[in-house]
Design a protein around this ligand. Structure first.
Ligand code: UDP
Length: 481
């Protein structure tokens, strides 16, 4: 711990949803554990007995992390299914702004800086009002950030829908983006969430810097472009601070005995985890093909299974037992019996970080949510990229084309059902093939570079965080003078 922090106090604004709150908690815990910084998390929540509230009660580092819940009142008007995710989140944060302002006003000890997550950029005037250094935390990649800040420029250059473009979308100094890989809000320029995304991109540039859950060695080219490329710098001059990878600690999870025993019996690096994140639901046809592909590959697997419906996941609870051949109609007849010795099905939710860290794991078929991606990398596991929503198509492109630690189907799984033969080949190649071994070697090197980046002895991410704290401290000293 670098005890030179002079007791800074930082407020961090988090948008609703477990997926947004977890990265903020990890950031706050990092600031406490490594830098002795006190943080107050201002967590906008949707009320009720939500899982966000249970997360907020988790033990925190050395009592330095305080959480203030900002429950939104009646949000039924935001729950209209025609309102897309990004719009809904931005509207929620907009509604929460008065709560944020009064939470800061009522703090006995005012914060020395405000960090907002990517949906909270409209809190900028509050930071200005209190004359606070202000940062955005993007718990994702520098490449996604580049597209976000450059989208207002692309908006002027591209006429029709981005997905209909023939050429890749160019961002100065960065890897170009394949049109079909754009983030969800860019899929339809006529939707409100595109307008919100453009605004976010512009507002990012008004902050003092952007924190990223990435690290220098992972995205050196993009980070260099932010520092050196004049065209990109003409859009944003504020620095990017890669401070990651911040991932959930393995110790927080406990594996159920049966699963642990099964894993313990498998050979090293032989098992594929199949899991599509907190929101990944497949079509019935795709589930069937996936089951066949896994079976035909003859590789070992753990599959976190969700019922293939239009979104209800709470009816997917089932357990693997002998006489249950007919219950999941979307699994091929006899699948459970035939894969009895090679596979385990886990209903709904798996202890992902714990499973990935087991020595018998050999790969991960993932939706490429950024948390899952980082968890795979820090476990040294190559991936099969199966992107579904948000910025996951870009993450898949980065992993396959730039970093070389993942395979992916020929076509995006959101555009075409991936057939059993292709899945069989992907799984076999990843777990047993030469290409899979090359990727495994590469991801193991990345794992080491990730640990080095976080090291308190001149790790690049550690230095980034120290730089931010030093800037905040300087600003505070100026204010006191
Ligand atoms: N997760 C898990 N078990 C599951 C599914 C997800 O523990 O069965 C965790 C996973 O380890 C990760 C987070 O939930 O930390 C999902 O975040 P990610 O960014 O990968 O994707 P999202 O679900 O937000 O799209």
């Amino acid at each position: 711990m670098s005890g030179s922090s002079n007791n800074l106090h930082i407020a961090i604004l988090s948008s609703p949803g477990v997926g947004h709150l977890i990265p903020v908690l990890l950031l706050a815990n990092r600031l406490a554990a490594q830098h002795n910084i006190k943080t107050t998390i201002l967590a906008v929540t949707t009320g009720g007995a939500s899982s966000e509230s249970s997360l907020l009660k988790l033990p925190n580092e050395e009592g330095l992390v305080e959480t203030v819940e900002l429950p939104l009142g009646d949000i039924s008007h935001l729950m209209n299914p025609s309102i897309q995710v990004v719009t809904r989140l931005c509207m929620m944060l907009r509604e929460a702004l008065p709560l944020v302002r009064s939470a800061i006003a009522s703090m006995g000890r005012k914060p020395d800086a405000l960090i907002v997550d990517l949906f909270g950029t409209e809190a900028l005037p509050i930071a200005l009002e209190y004359d606070l250094p202000k940062y955005v935390y993007v718990p994702s990649t520098a490449w996604f950030t580049a597209l976000t800040i450059y989208c207002p420029v692309l908006d002027g250059e591209v006429k029709g829908q981005y997905v209909d473009e023939r050429d890749y979308l160019k961002i100065p100094g960065c890897k170009p983006v394949r049109p079909v890989d754009v983030v969800d809000p860019m899929l339809n320029r006529h939707d409100q969430q595109y307008v919100e995304y453009l605004r976010q991109g512009k507002e990012f540039t008004l902050f003092d810097g952007i924190l990223l859950n990435s690290w220098e060695e992972l995205e050196s080219k993009t980070l260099e472009a932010f520092r050196e490329n004049e065209a990109l710098r003409s859009v944003m001059t504020a620095p990017l601070y890669p401070i990651g990878p911040l991932t959930r600690p393995i110790e927080q999870e406990v594996l159920e005995n049966g699963l642990m025993d099964w894993l313990d019996k498998q050979p090293n690096q032989s098992v594929l985890l199949v899991s599509l994140g907190s929101g990944g639901v497949l079509s019935q046809e795709q589930m069937t093909e996936l089951a066949w592909g896994l079976e035909l590959s003859q590789q070992r697997f753990i599959w976190v299974v969700r019922t293939p419906t239009s979104g209800r996941v709470d009816d997917a609870f089932f357990t693997r037992d002998e006489g249950s051949e007919e219950f999941p109609g979307y699994l091929p007849s006899g699948f459970l019996t035939r894969t009895r010795n090679t596979g385990v099905l886990v209903p709904l939710w798996g202890q992902q970080v714990k499973i990935l860290s087991h020595r018998s794991m050999g790969g991960f078929l993932t939706h490429c949510g950024w948390n899952s991606t980082l968890e795979s990398i820090v476990s040294g596991l190559p991936m099969i990229a199966w992107p579904l929503y948000a910025e996951q198509r870009m993450n898949a492109a980065l992993l396959t084309e730039e970093i070389g630690v993942a395979l992916r189907p020929e076509e995006l799984p959101t555009r075409k059902v991936v057939g059993r033969e292709e899945i069989e080949k992907l799984v076999r190649t990843l777990i047993q093939g030469e290409d899979g071994q090359v990727m495994r070697d590469k991801v193991k090197r990345l794992k080491i570079s990730a640990a080095n980046a976080l090291s308190e002895i001149s790790g690049s991410s550690h230095k980034s965080m120290c730089q931010i704290l030093s800037d905040i401290r300087n600003k505070r000293a100026q204010m006191i003078d």
